[in-house]
Design a protein. Structure first.
Length: 712
């Protein structure tokens, strides 16, 4: 492959990897990501012969000034300085690729690609970034070496360097040459990434995690997942059922070898007590959660929360709600959340309805373990404060709703029995529909109950909660996640945005808040596929992403100390190093030393052998076939001397033959024919046999005889 072409390809690959590391971080707005991606592709496909056009050079300066002005204006309008700077660097990269000229610009592209890789670390650092980082390590050594070589060639050209014949160095011909860079050269330079990667890995694992948070500028996600807001509008959140984005991962203790593929979890996120006829709202009052040692208490202390229920790995969801299973008594936060040098520290607050939220400066998710009481432990007594809040009805509710609730309850007086009858009627008499027309009605609840009779979970929970209130049973609407799908590789239950659900909690005397789910069971189940190739690949990718986030992105001082402790325990468990060396281990060391010495000896011998091989004046090693062909052309040059013709060492053979044709020399046509044959065999890979060699020699001998006759 031509030197200039392979250099361009490797530089483009480095720029693309740096840009992908940045775009895949999720730290930029989606529209900006699309524009930058399209611009990068467009800049790379511009033919090289057009990039040095004067118009493009002027466009480069104008585009850079325009981009600077746009980003300065955005910064003035209050946009984040980090995001503005990153977008500016990405725009400069696209302009430079589209208008580059020579090695100096290529080195600027490499530098900008490195900056993009660093910015991708700050903004994201997901598994996609890991692949980009690995590719960057592999390509970077070769791209840097080729860039240096090209700059040296162009530097000599600018300085007026001349070859042995005194003619100026033909730089374009060198860049088009296929003999400057070989495949072996590229493999050796790219293999330099192996020691670089090993050194980087060791530095990552063993470098102390000081935790000062001096550079705590990670912005998390620019667009956080659509999750659970401070209000629920009927007909809005039901669309989440089509979203397969992972919201959280649940690790259950003592998971069997063959766990069920789907399980109901009912992870509660937020509870809503106020309904105005179209929207549920919750009290936003938040107080500091009760925290003792390393645990945050969900229920009043005094219970024995010594049974681990599950471990939850929560992705960023806005608002930052913690999701808890039934029977949760205490939370232990496992994520190492560092205190920034400036700004507020991370906190966990408790709402009036018993829901929890967290605040952390880097706006990332949270990993926490949930504890509950041992099985058989009686629940702690719960007192209902301000019952009127949970019995309030929306203004303008019609008597039809009251009558329907009374007819379904029948003669029941026990709140539990009343709630059970309402739940069964809604499950059996109504159908599940994500596209229910009731959401567009001015009174969506009554339209659902009496006209469409179809809707998603929020219509069911709203209908039951309101009808319970008409019968004097305190109730509230609850949102959360109903369940998860088992991941066979990560051995966790993946809970997705599509698993979002809404149900009802009724306050029952002696039992407290009790869950009822009026949505049809089949419709409320998790929606993710569990069979087929797509599910298999999805589980593998999600499990790999979970491990990457936990062990690479989330690698902190706690994990580092745990790793060191594990190594120390392993060394103590096994025999000491001294005892191992006294035993059979010393022979392993001896064999390794002998093998290393043998490898060095073989390398030196092969290097000396290559030096002794015959080479032409340009330096590359010639094979026996090449030497034979070169001797044929030397015979042609000897025949030309009989006519007084001499080819300058700096003149290519084909140029020499063409010059003879232009001069109209008598032997010009024969010299051109033999030269083209020589070039086709020598460089074009055209096969030749003994008859071909003999034919060439006969024609050269004829030229020699002709020159002798002419001299006579």
């Amino acid at each position: 492959m031509r030197f200039g072409r392979i250099h361009r390809l490797m530089t483009d690959a480095l720029a693309a990897l740096g840009m992908l590391a940045l775009l895949s971080s999720g730290g930029l707005e989606r529209s900006v990501t699309i524009v930058l991606g399209v611009g990068l592709v467009a800049a790379m496909v511009i033919p090289e012969r057009y990039q040095g056009h004067p118009v493009r050079r002027r466009a480069s300066v104008a585009g850079s000034l325009l981009l600077l002005g746009m980003q300065a204006f955005r910064l003035f309008m209050g946009h984040d300085i980090l995001q503005v700077a990153v977008e500016f660097a990405a725009g400069l990269q696209i302009l430079r690729i589209a208008t580059r000229r020579g090695a100096a610009h290529d080195q600027q592209i490499v530098l900008l690609a490195l900056l993009h890789l660093i910015a991708g670390t700050v903004l994201g650092g997901g598994m996609a970034y890991g692949f980009c980082f690995l590719g960057f390590l592999i390509v970077a050594p070769g791209a840097l070496v080729l860039s240096h070589l090209r700059r040296e060639v162009e530097g000599n050209y600018r300085q007026g360097a001349r070859d042995r014949s005194g003619l100026p160095v033909d730089v374009p011909r060198i860049l088009r040459s296929r003999r400057v860079v070989s495949r072996r050269f590229l493999m050796v330079t790219c293999s330099l990434s192996i020691p670089i990667f090993l050194f980087t890995a060791l530095l990552f694992v063993f470098f102390p995690r000081v935790g000062l948070s001096l550079l705590l500028i990670n912005q998390g996600r620019s667009e956080r997942m659509i999750g659970f807001s401070d209000q629920v509008d009927l007909g809005k959140v039901g669309k989440l059922r089509t979203d397969s984005t992972i919201a959280l991962r649940v690790f259950l203790p003592n998971t069997p070898e063959e766990p069920p593929p789907r399980i109901p979890l009912y992870l509660k996120g937020a509870a809503f007590d106020s309904y105005d006829g179209t929207t549920w709202r919750r009290d936003k009052t938040q107080t500091q959660a009760e925290r003792v040692a390393d645990r945050i208490w969900v229920r009043p202390r005094g219970v024995s929360a010594d049974t681990e229920l599950m471990l939850i790995d929560l992705e960023p969801i806005k608002p930052t709600v913690l999701f808890l299973p039934p029977g949760a008594d205490a939370i232990e936060v496992l994520t190492s959340v560092e205190k920034p040098l400036v700004g507020p520290n991370w906190t966990i607050t408790r709402g009036r309805e018993g829901d929890f939220e967290y605040q952390r400066p880097d706006e990332r998710g949270l990993r926490y373990r949930v504890f509950g009481t041992a099985p058989g432990t009686p629940p702690a007594p719960v007192k209902l404060d301000d019952p009127a809040r949970y019995l309030a009805l929306p203004p303008g509710i019609s008597d039809r709703v009251r009558q329907l609730a009374a007819s379904w309850a029948g003669d029941a007086s026990d709140p539990r029995l009343i709630a059970g009858r309402l739940e069964q009627h809604l499950r059996n008499d109504y159908s599940y529909d994500l596209e229910s027309p009731s959401g567009a009605s001015s009174n969506p609840l009554e339209h659902f109950l009496f006209e469409s009779r179809r809707g998603h979970c929020e219509f069911y929970s709203t209908g039951m909660a309101v009808m319970l209130r008409t019968l004097g049973v305190p109730s509230r609407n609850v949102t959360g996640f109903i369940g998860g799908t088992f991941n066979r590789f990560g051995r966790f239950y993946a809970v997705r945005q599509g698993d979002a659900h809404s149900w009802v909690e009724a306050f029952l005397p002696g039992s407290g808040w009790t869950r009822f789910d009026p949505t049809p069971v089949a419709a409320a189940a998790p929606v993710a596929e569990i069979h087929g190739l797509t599910a298999f690949l999805r589980d593998f990718i999600e499990a790999a992403g979970e491990r990457w986030d936990r062990h690479v992105v989330g690698y902190d001082l706690g994990q580092q100390m745990e790793l060191f402790s594990e190594v120390r325990r392993t060394l103590r468990k096994n025999a000491s190093v001294t005892g191992w060396m006294r035993g059979g281990g010393r022979w392993v060391v001896v064999l390794l030393v002998i093998g290393a010495a043998g490898g060095v000896a073989v390398y030196l011998w092969r290097r000396r052998t290559r030096r002794l091989r015959p080479t032409n004046e340009r330096g590359p090693t010639l094979t026996a076939r090449d030497m034979r062909i070169v001797k044929l052309y030397q015979q042609l040059e000897e025949a030309e001397r009989g006519y007084g013709l001499m080819r300058s060492p700096g003149t290519p053979p084909l140029s020499h033959a063409r010059a003879l044709v232009e001069l109209g020399h008598p032997i010009a046509e024969e010299v051109m024919s033999l030269t083209e044959w020589y070039l086709a065999v020598r460089f074009g890979g055209v096969p030749i046999d003994d008859d071909g060699y003999a034919s060439f020699q006969r024609r050269v001998s004829a030229l020699k005889r002709s020159s002798g006759d002419r001299a006579a």
